[in-house]
Design a protein around this ligand. Structure first.
Ligand code: 5AD
Ligand code: SF4
Length: 426
C-alpha cells in the first residue's frame, strides 16, 4: 500500500509542477513514506533523515509521510529538526499546501484522520506499468494484539464501488493489464453495486473482469474471518482472478492465536484453505507468520511448523515479533528472548524455503501465461509473473505489457525459467 500511496503522492505533486528527480540527482524535496509495522522499519526513517544532510549542513525540504508520521507526529519534529512536514496516511492529499508553507519556512504536522476521503482530492491516474495497485479498502477493526495498523491507518473504510470501477478503467487505459486490489483487510471490502445492492469483494472482482483489456486480478491482504463463500466461489468461477491467495495465519497454536486476538483457530484456517483448494486445486497459497509472540513456548512454535507442513505454501513472509508501543502485546508477560526468536525464525524460514522450492519444482513442465513486466539482465531476456505469482524469465520476441504463453522449464527458489511458446496478446 505504501507503493500505491507513493504513486498517488507523486501524481498529486506533479499537478503542482513538482516532478520526480532523476535517479542519482539531488532533490529539492524528499518525501519519506514510512512503515511502522515493526520497530526496524520505523527506526529506518531517522537514519534516512540523517543521510539526507548535505555536506554544507543543509538538507532538502523533508516530509515524513506514512504510518511513522501518524504514530509519532510531533515527536518527529522534536527528534529531527531537518523535517519540515509530517503527514499521516489519511492526510497526504494536503501535502501541496504543506509544501507551500514549508517553502516559507513553516513546519507543520497533519495527522488528522478526517471523515472526508482523501481519494476524492487526488488527481486522475497517469501512466502506469502493466501491473498496478488499487487501494479499495483501508484500515482495520480487528485489533490483533501485536499490531499497530488499527491505530495508524484507522478504522476499516471501503472506497465506493463506482469510484473503484472508474479508477480501474483509468489504470487499464494507462496500460495496466493486471490490477492488485489492496487493503489491510481487503476481503472485508463492502460496497453498493449499480443496483444499490450491498456487495463484497467477489462482486467487485466480477465487475472488474468485464474490463476487456484487464487480464488479471489479484487482491491482498486478507483476513481468514472475511473469507466469504462468495469470494471462495469466485476463485472457481472467475478466469481473471489469479490462482493465488495470501491469507496470513500468524501462528499454528490455538492458544497463541487466541492471545493474538486473531479470532480464528488453526482448524478453522485450514478448513478455509481446504474449501479454496476444492474450487481451485492449483491455487498457490501464501501467508504471514510471527515467531516469538509473548508467551510462545517451544511446543507452540512446533505447532506453527506442523501447520506449515500441513499447508505446503508457495511463498510466505515471516517475522520476529516486534513489540509496538501502545499495543496490548507489548506489555504482556513472557516476552521471548531475541536468541530464541532468531532460532525459531531460522527454522521456520528453512521450512518455508523448502516448500517454496518444492512448489516451483512442481511447476516445471506446466504451460502458463506470463505477464511481461520488464527487461531481464541479458539481451532479449524478459521478466514477468506466472499466474501463481512466481517470477519467470524467458528470451524471445515480447514487449512489456504482453501476456505471453510460456512453458516452465527450470525452477529455483525465487524464480523459474520459461520457454516462449507464443504471444497471447500483442
Ligand atoms: N511484530 C512482528 N510482525 C508483525 N506483523 C504485524 N505486526 C507485527 C509485529 N508487531 C506482521 C504480521 C502481518 C504483517 C503485515 O506484519 O505477520 O500480517
Ligand atoms: Fe493488523 Fe492484520 Fe490484525 Fe488488522 S488483521 S490488526 S492489520 S494483523
Amino acid at each position: 500500500m505504501n507503493v500505491y500511496d507513493g504513486e498517488r503522492m507523486a501524481e498529486l505533486l506533479a499537478e503542482q509542477g513538482i516532478s520526480l528527480a532523476p535517479e542519482g540527482e539531488e532533490a529539492d524535496l524528499v518525501v519519506l513514506n514510512t512503515c511502522h509495522i515493526r520497530e526496524k522499519a520505523a527506526e529506518k526513517v531517522y537514519s534516512d533523515i540523517g543521510r539526507l544532510r548535505r555536506e554544507d549542513g543543509t538538507s532538502p525540504l523533508i516530509a515524513v509521510a506514512g504510518c511513522v508520521a501518524q504514530a509519532e507526529g510531533e515527536e518527529i519534529m522534536k527528534r529531527a529538526p531537518a523535517v519540515s512536514m509530517v503527514v499521516g496516511p489519511q492526510a497526504y492529499h494536503r501535502l501541496p499546501g504543506m509544501i507551500a508553507e514549508a517553502v516559507d519556512g513553516r513546519r507543520a504536522v497533519d495527522t488528522d484522520m478526517p471523515a472526508e476521503m482523501k481519494f476524492d482530492a487526488l488527481p486522475a491516474r497517469r501512466k502506469v506499468g502493466p501491473s498496478a495497485f488499487l487501494t479499495v479498502q483501508e484500515g482495520c477493526d480487528k485489533f490483533c494484539t501485536y499490531c499497530v495498523v488499527p491505530y495508524t491507518r484507522g478504522a476499516e473504510v471501503s472506497r465506493p464501488f463506482k469510484d473503484l470501477i472508474e479508477e480501474a478503467a483509468k489504470l487499464v487505459d494507462a496500460g495496466a493489464r493486471e490490477i492488485t486490489l489492496l487493503g489491510q483487510n481487503v476481503n472485508a471490502w463492502m460496497g453498493e453495486d449499480s443496483k444499490g445492492c450491498s456487495v463484497g469483494l467477489d462482486s467487485l472482482a466480477r465487475e472488474l473482469s468485464k474490463l476487456a483489456d484487464l487480464h488479471r486480478i489479484r487482491y491482498t491482504t486478507s483476513h481468514p474471518n472475511d473469507m466469504t463463500e462468495g469470494l471462495i466461489a469466485a476463485h472457481g468461477e472467475l478466469e481473471k482472478l489469479m490462482p493465488f491467495l495470501h491469507l496470513p495465519v500468524q501462528a499454528g497454536s490455538d492458544r497463541v492465536l487466541k492471545a493474538m486476538n486473531r479470532s480464528h483457530t488453526r482448524d478453522s484456517y485450514l478448513k478455509i484453505l481446504e474449501r479454496v483448494r476444492a474450487v481451485r486445486p492449483d491455487i498457490a497459497l501464501s501467508g504471514d507468520f510471527i515467531v516469538g509472540f509473548p508467551g510462545e513456548t517451544d511446543a507452540e512454535f512446533e505447532e506453527t511448523l506442523s501447520l506449515v507442513d500441513a499447508v505446503g505454501y508457495a511463498q510466505c513472509f515471516s517475522f520476529k515479533y516486534s513489540p509496538r508501543p501502545g499495543t496490548p502485546a507489548a506489555t504482556m508477560d513472557g516476552q521471548v528472548p531475541v536468541e530464541v526468536m532468531d532460532e525459531r525464525l531460522q527454522r521456520l524460514q528453512a521450512a518455508l524455503n523448502r516448500d517454496q522450492l518444492a512448489f516451483n519444482n512442481a511447476s516445471v513442465g506446466k504451460r502458463c501465461s506470463v505477464l511481461v513486466e520488464r527487461r531481464g539482465k541479458y539481451e532479449g531476456q524478459w521478466l514477468g509473473k506466472s499466474p501463481w505469482l512466481q517470477s519467470v524469465h524467458f528470451t524471445g520476441d515480447a514487449a512489456i505489457g504482453d501476456l505471453v504463453e510460456v512453458e516452465l522449464t527450470e525452477a529455483g527458489g525465487n524464480s523459474l525459467a520459461g520457454r516462449l511458446l507464443q504471444a497471447a496478446h500483442a
